[in-house]
Ligand binder design. Sequence first.
Ligand code: ZN
Ligand code: MN
Length: 132
Amino acid sequence: MRYSRQREMILNALKNNPVHPTADYLYGLLRPKMPALSLGTVYRNLNMLAESGAIKRLRGAGGKDRFDHNNFDHCHVICKNCGRVRDIMLPPALARGLAKFKADAPVSAQECEILLHGICRDCKKKIKETKK
Ligand code: ZN
Ligand code: MN
């Protein structure tokens, strides 16, 4: 991949904001520092990084693509209430099972996404408190 200062800034912003940001979020964050930046450039660079395997794309989590600088095997939970996406690790037994599942699949599987949808602990607590 060709070196680009913009790409480096985008990748660093992703690494420093482990919230699984959308392209819009990163654009808002970088714009004050990089006045020449466009949303299209952010999208293009994130797509390139995802295609090269440097970062992960979470397709449509919460309606929009999000990006993740952690490209090791892990899963995500998304909260239906606050929309936050967090990492959860695969238990080792499940990771082994999943590796076999991928190897035996009728396509050469490159990605496997596991996303649990629900209400996060923080939101559960808040909902409880407002009901009191
Ligand atoms: Zn929540
Ligand atoms: Mn993640």
